[in-house]
Design a binder for this molecule. Sequence first.
Ligand code: ZN
Length: 439
Amino acid sequence: MERRTFIKSATLTGLGITAFGLLGAKENPFYANLKVNEQRILTRINELAKFGRDNNNRGYRVAYTQGDIDGRTWFMQLMKNAGLHPTIDSAGNIIGKRNGKNPSLKPIAFGSHIDMVPDGGNYDGTLGSISALEVIEVLNEQKVLTAHPLEVLIFANEEGGLIGSRAMVGQLTPEGLQQLSQSGVMMAAGIKAIGGNPDDIQGAIRKKGDLHAFLELHIEQGGILENENLPIGVVEGIVGILDCEVTIEGFANHAGTTPMKLRKDALLAASKLVIAVNEVINGVPGSQVGTVGKIQAQPGAYNVVPGNVTLGLEIRDLSWDKIEQLLSKIEQRAAQIANETKTKIMFIREASFSKPALTAPYLQKKINNCAATLGLKTKVMPSGAGHDSQQIAAIAPVGMIFVPSVGGVSHSPNEFTKASDMTNGANVLLQTILSIDRE
Ligand SMILES: [Zn+2]
């Protein structure tokens, strides 16, 4: 939500009304007063952080390693204590279930992941997982029985390519199972190591309509919320990613004897193209991003005009059409640059693209309403990073809640989110689940 819109809705909040209508909380103060336990969340974040440390005491709970297995065992014990009867599906996802009043209703699911990148932080995925369990703890303590069954989903190997959630929506291929995971073992062997069954990977599939909704609380992993001093992000979608390898062919020649006007300098063309990418991306309104993150010049010597350059270009946005339009503008600029520099520029799309996944507008509204009821300002924003939610969007309406990352740092031991921000996010998660249940 833009700031100006917020001020309007904040005023309305005082009357128990938001821009989206009557607040659920005013209907039932008992539910509105349910709150998560900040100390329990903090203690558990710190407990989980102890599993999977490497020899230098850095976070190394990479999927399928002993640290991952230990962390999962610890987490499943907590789920058992909370009465969730956790099971492991064929892909290694942990699934905990809590009955609802009405067994004919489809479950409301929520959760995240507890594996991490090498040398990662203690909040990415962990916050959403521990908060999902916290919701169950609060409902147990307050003896609340929801109408819908509830499911806590802890996805396996999120950081290695959304492997668990990909399998859950039937998109993990036999080739995918044969890929090497970050832990050094094949995906199939890794899945087996955490209690899954790669020979029956189809067994993990959930069909469209099997879940009433899926919610994921996550740290932002960027600096927008902190920068704008906002406690809650309402994610409108997870951006699509298009990667292109760009090859520039010039002519390698003697840097001393080749006059400037006779050169076909591939690196000069590449430099102009890097600037052109930046201009094209900045040239239209929106939150799209474009990056040239890789450059290799051949032959790579002081005294040779570069004959060949390879660039890595990446474009991300919530709209695939927009990504395509931006790429075609970049290609037009590249054609001009090739002409000016007497070089050839070729674009090859990488096979590993991912299409944008949008969250459900009705869940965005619910998250926004629940945050407003809690007195928390929100911002509707895209997620620039990938998440399990983007896979689950194929089979269920999904909603995502972001909380600020200090300094916008993530995938690093310096990753940090303040306790008050974690609590805010977990309370929004709790209230959103209750709101979905009452609809
Ligand atoms: Zn994550």
